[in-house]
Design a protein around this ligand. Sequence first.
Ligand SMILES: *Cc1c(COP(=O)(O)O)cnc(C)c1O
Length: 365
Amino acid sequence: MIHIASPELSGNEKLYVNECLDSTWISSSGRFITDFERAFADACGAKHAIATNNGTTALHLVLAALGIGPGDEVVVPVLTYIATANAVRYCGAEPVFVDVEPDTMNMDPRLFEAAITPRTRAVIPVDLYGHPADMVAIAAIAELHGIAVIEDSAEAHGAEINGGRVGSFGLATAFSFFGNKILTTGEGGAVTTNDAALASRMRLLRGQGMDLERRYWFTDVGYNYRMTNIAAAIGLAQLERFDESLARRDQIAKQYDALLSGNARLALPESRPEVRRVNWLYTVTVEGLSADERDQLIVDLASEGIETRPVFHPLHHLPPYLQPDASFPVAERLGASGISLPTHLGLSENDIATVCEALSGALDT
Ligand SMILES: *Cc1c(COP(=O)(O)O)cnc(C)c1O
């Protein structure tokens, strides 16, 4: 089977995890937590990083620290992983969906502006599949209206806009380190920010609301969203090969581009000129393909030993967020005709050629 994603753990991961086991520091204290937070903040060009137990809690932690709650609205793209909207719901606030741009699959800034109401407290642009959202336009609109910008960069570690890395824009950025992401800790996440007060507030809420200076004095109803030292040990080892792995992912995308660009039915991933896209999942759309045909394509490829996955279902089609009468035409088209291809460091050139042959063959018949 050629898997769609697979973690690559060939560096110091085992050495560092063994250090946790040998030292007995296996819980959420230990040197790897602080080392990983420092190294990750530096890698993003941010002042602070707060490690969490997954990317969903990272998103929730920012919203909770900002005091977002019932009656508030948070604008999110309708095409994203469901965690982006769930984090808003955890606060009792309302996610307000907007459609995406066809080339990047990311939030359309003009539709964000049109969705603003007196209740809008925050906006969460998502860097889908590794292409950063239009943070320049979104930040300018948000600033005019006094809206907090929280970037969801769970799929875009290392991506850049005008030479600056994601994690350094907006008020805060949330990351995931799930096993299929560009950097992994098994399960894990982080928030980066340049705002010292917000960073302290998130540290307090992450640790059950315990005062950072006074042990067992709880000032708030907080959460246990802490990362373990073991997870941070894996993350630190992953960061040591960060640039290398981004470069390898670029090569994989180049090979896909070369082998698929001749197929007129396929729209391949694009990059805006000011952007460095990172290739989390190489995702194509097939012109004229219906959702049923796409799902059949996934089954056919699986029978040839190739694991692929559909582009996210637009959130307004899913039971928790159902809006049967709403129309988000771009997300609906991308969600029906899009398919993500295997993208990970374990792929050989042969594997990629096999995927491309199978895909082209299936589309010809
Ligand atoms: C993976 C992901 C998350 C959440 O990450 P978990 O670590 O699985 O909780 C959030 N948003 C997006 C866009 C993601 O892809």
